[in-house]
Design a protein around this ligand. Structure first.
Ligand code: NAP
Length: 264
């Protein structure tokens, strides 16, 4: 199933994919992810006419124009958060049917389903990219929300096993790049097959240990598999504050002394 706003692009994508994957049946739905009623209707149709969805890929994004943060027009700032955070979060809620969990009650699901979310995030969530402050912040906000959702997922474990992965898809020349003056020669572009193939691997049981973590499609899968023990033991590939501030350690050791100092 593919959701997007432009019917003609959906039809083209469906035709191209059907030609490349003859056994796959594709369904397309024209809707904007910021239109809550339309997205709810899409999921209702999917459940009624096709099947309960198992994997959700959140990829739609709004790209504000490339400016310093303080010069970003407010309309573009808000549109970034509306699509990249609110729209994608609503997709997730509909996919999990979290507000109506009884409709996916354990009685009609035996054994428990796996529900997998692949968040097409961006390196810009943790790598400083000039003139991309609002885009970066909106992508980071959604990725952070999903990391929290993974952490809280035990509250839904009676209904399904939830697995969430956030990943940087590489640098791929798409329409947004062309609109910003790029062409095949301006960057060392990655092949579009990279994020596609990587996403398929992430959804496989082999990548289960990476749930709730952030990875790059450019990384070597065999190296990731070799690093499983260390990644889990040292709780790597999660966002946080890097480094150890002395005052923070002191704060943990002696909170009362510190608050007395600051009062004084
Ligand atoms: N390309 C890169 O190098 C790169 C790097 C890092 C991260 N990413 C991430 O990769 C994802 C895809 O980016 P892209 O480069 O492929 O961008 P893109 O070429 O602009 O494609 C975005 C897609 O999202 C759909 N979309 C946008 N707003 C929508 C909405 N409100 N409702 C429904 N569909 C909507 C668009 O279709 P319609 O316009 O027809 O709706 C389009 O198919 C994004 O999340 C981006 O942050 C890309």
């Amino acid at each position: 199933m593919i959701v997007g706003r432009r019917q003609n692009m959906l039809e083209k994508a469906s035709k191209d994919l059907s030609r490349a994957h003859l056994a796959t049946k594709l369904h397309i739905f024209a809707a904007s992810i910021v239109d809550e009623a339309a997205i709810s209707a899409v999921f209702q149709k999917i459940r009624q006419c096709i099947a309960e969805p198992d994997v959700l890929v959140t990829s739609a994004a709004y790209f504000p124009s490339s400016t310093n943060v303080l010069e970003t027009p407010m309309q573009q700032m808000w549109a970034s958060f509306e699509t990249n955070v609110k729209g994608n979060l609503h997709l997730v809620q509909e996919f999990l049917n979290a507000s109506r969990p009884s409709s996916v009650s354990p009685t009609n699901q035996s054994p428990k389903r796996d529900k997998i979310i692949l968040d097409v995030s961006s390196a810009a969530t943790h790598v400083f990219v000039r003139k991309s402050g609002v885009y970066s912040a909106s992508k980071l906000a959604f990725t952070r929300i999903l990391a929290t959702a993974q952490d809280e997922s035990s509250s839904l474990s009676q209904y399904f096993n939830l697995r969430i992965h956030s990943f940087h898809p590489g640098i791929v020349l798409t329409q947004i790049g062309r609109d910003n003056g790029h062409n095949v020669d301006t960057m060392p572009w990655d092949d579009v097959q990279l994020p596609g193939q990587f996403a398929v691997w992430l959804a496989s049981p082999e990548a289960e240990f990476l749930e709730g973590r952030f990875v790059w499609a450019n990384w070597d899968v065999d190296e990731l598999l070799d690093g499983e023990e260390r990644i889990l033991k040292e709780n790597l590939l999660k966002s946080g504050l890097v480094g150890k501030a002395e005052w923070a350690i002191a704060l943990r050791r002696n909170t009362s002394k510190l608050s007395l100092c600051s009062l004084g």
